[in-house]
Design a protein. Structure first.
Length: 121
């Protein structure tokens, strides 16, 4: 559920806001909904990873992968026809790590604010 909430809200907000909007979205959603640290991190990571891979495919396939191949050449990747796949994976990993750590921070912020009552009182 956390995965779907992050991916939908991030998709909508990234249509008209900068790329870094994934950070406060992942933080806020994990602050509200995450069950554990691992759940928060991996949900944030995979939500943005999938979102950015799909968005990259949406933009790169119609133009014949020209821009992605040029970015791959700038990064010093070997001159192969699948540079665009490597560029998309790098992009997804970078966005996923950023969102994953922000989600984890949101979960830990909730743990710091809400102290569970272990005595049952």
């Amino acid at each position: 559920m956390l995965f779907l909430i992050i991916i939908v809200i991030a998709f909508v907000f990234q249509l008209f806001l900068p790329w870094w909007i994934i950070s406060p979205i992942a933080f806020g959603v994990a602050l509200w909904k995450a069950n554990s640290g691992a759940h928060a991190f991996w949900s944030g990571f995979f939500a943005v990873f999938v979102l950015w891979i799909l968005t990259g495919l949406f933009y790169t396939i119609p133009n014949g992968n020209i821009l992605a191949n040029r970015v791959g050449a700038m990064l010093g990747l070997p001159d192969i026809t699948l540079n665009w796949v490597i560029v998309l994976l790098i992009t997804g990993i970078i966005g996923g790590v950023a969102a994953g750590f922000c989600s984890l921070a949101g979960y830990f912020a909730r743990q710091a604010i809400v102290i569970p009552n272990k005595a049952g009182i």
